[in-house]
Design a protein around this ligand. Structure first.
Ligand code: GTP
Ligand code: MG
Length: 484
């Protein structure tokens, strides 16, 4: 049962800190009258009689001291054509934190309540303007780190996921109606033909659910991104590689082994995937305390990374230190980068580093076998000159998102789910439909089939918020910022 709010909330909706403007937003039954009590218009405008979707110049005043707090523009938007479907007032203040806080305090004194995180969006959901998956998309949109992530969030906000979930839910509802119709006539078994058709429909829906669910890996990668650690012996060109990938002079590069000590972290957009990339200290035995700590940090960075870019110096033959490093990386997702290809020696002995496979291909990525028997991609680059850096980016993407994952069970379009909550619900629905299928096939009592179908309906309903609990809502909206 949805509990509809009846009070009026207020919050600063712009980020903390100084800005050109800052916005205090009110929403609720008394939004216009509360704002009216703080607002003084030189032209005598009264907010309670202002037209909807109009904007007014004036001053926020402290009614007690008659002191002007700020010069503002006030927008009045009346229900239902607003973000929350309630009356909404936005007060555009000058963007300092003091006038914003004072304006909020005046609104509180005039009867508003401080909004909780995400409460404006929660109201938009409770009042039926958007469904739950769309509310979640609002947060994804705010947090999107790449164009691609933004596009996925916009699609979801647009209702593309909702439309698909509703269609699937309708299909299950249809099955349910058929099965339940026979419950009322227990003396009739399901006719064979009906039974076959129901079983087939069940499986068709399961296939669609599985196809959607199987693309979660890809969706999550675009939404949440991944972490990569650049690792290798000292002086192989790790920092140069970071700089080449960023196309900037971010990290110090010298010809002295042991230059980098701290882990240097940057953010990069790799073909739409937000990548957190870490340059690390070259790994070697050292008596220098700072360098020892640097090496420890490198090892920790590798632990926390989704992929390691293992860099070898292509201008000299690999040695036991390279081999030991490769062994250390055993079992991790790995991309072998042979750097300094511009000064590269013709017969680079990959075998010295414990890597087998074809000889180094100068122009394009190639496959190698690691000592633990696993296959990995390798690529020769020159960080200094910038050769093959774009190809390296393609390689990073294809390592994080192998072709088979991209295409796996891919549904007929490019709808991607990005949220683990949605994946769980899809999997629960598919599991329940599997059971329904088995019980139709096994000619079990229709009540049993209906129970499983109802379970699938509930799971799908959770995605769009037809079925929800306060706990689920609290969990989702607490991740929002205050004022959204
Ligand atoms: N010829 C050539 N030299 C390179 C290349 N990349 C890096 N170097 C040189 O190799 C030396 C070491 O480069 P860095 O990027 O500092 O190496 P690093 O792996 O970060 O070294 P540490 O931080 O000490 O572990 C510098 O003199 C670079 O100019 C390359 O692609 N070709
Ligand atoms: Mg370095």
């Amino acid at each position: 049962m949805k509990h509809l709010p009846d009070d009026t909330i207020v919050a600063i909706s712009t980020p903390p800190g100084e800005g050109g403007i800052g916005i205090v937003r009110l929403s609720g039954r008394d939004a216009v009258s509360i704002a009216g009590r703080l607002f003084d218009s030189p032209r005598g405008v009264r907010l309670h009689s202002a037209k909807s979707h109009s904007i007014h110049h004036g001053f926020v005043i402290d009614g007690n001291s008659h002191q002007r707090i700020d010069e503002v523009l006030v927008s009045v938007m009346r229900a239902p054509r607003t973000y929350t479907r309630e009356d909404v007032v936005e007060i555009n203040c000058h963007g300092g934190s003091v006038p914003l806080m004072r304006t909020v305090n005046l609104a509180l004194a005039a009867g508003a309540r401080l909004a909780e995180p995400g409460e404006f969006t929660r109201r938009a959901f409770l009042n039926g303007r958007i469904d739950l998956s769309q509310a979640e998309a609002v947060m994804d949109l705010i947090r999107a780190k790449t164009d691609h992530a933004e596009r996925l969030a916009l699609q979801q906000l647009d209702g593309r996921l909702s439309v698909r979930i509703h269609a699937l839910r309708d299909a299950v509802l249809d099955l349910c109606a058929h099965v339940e119709a026979y419950i009322d006539f227990p003396e009739d078994d399901l006719p064979d033909l009906v039974q076959t058709e129901l079983a087939m429909s069940c499986m068709r829906i399961v296939r669609e659910l599985n196809a959607l669910s199987s693309r979660y890996h890809e969706g999550r990668l675009y939404r949440e991104g991944a972490a990569a650690a650049i690792v290798g012996k000292p002086n192989v060109g790790k920092s140069s590689l970071l700089n080449a990938l960023l196309d900037s002079d971010r990290a110090i590069v010298t010809d002295m082994p042991g230059t980098t000590r701290d882990v240097i972290e940057e953010h990069l957009n790799i073909r739409g995937i937000p990548l957190r990339i870490m340059d690390t200290a070259g790994i070697r035995e050292s008596h220098d305390l700072a360098e020892q700590e640097g090496v420890r940090r490198s090892l920790r960075a590798i632990e926390g990374a989704d992929i390691a870019l293992a860099v070898l110096d292509g201008s000299r033959q690999p040695d036991t230190a390279d081999r030991e490093l490769m062994e250390r990386l055993s079992g991790r997702k790995l991309l072998v980068v042979i750097n300094k290809a511009d000064a590269g020696i013709p017969h680079f002995m990959l075998g010295n580093a414990g890597i087998s496979g074809s000889s180094v291909q100068p122009g394009s990525p190639f496959q190698v076998l690691l000592a633990d028997g696993s296959a990995a991609q390798a690529i020769a680059v020159s960080a200094k000159i910038g050769t093959n850096i774009e190809e390296l980016k393609d390689c990073i993407k294809s390592c994080l998102l192998p072709e088979e994952n991209r295409a796996a069970g891919s549904s007929r379009d490019d709808l991607l789910i990005t949220n683990i909550r949605h994946k769980h619900a899809l999997d629960t629905a598919a599991g329940a439909l599997d059971r329904a299928h088995a019980s139709i096939r096994g000619a079990e009592a229709q009540e049993i089939t209906a129970l499983s179908l109802r379970e699938a309906l509930d799971a799908l309903g959770e995605i769009v918020g037809i079925v929800t609990t306060d706990d689920i809502l609290d969990h989702i909206f607490s991740q929002f910022c205050i004022g959204k």
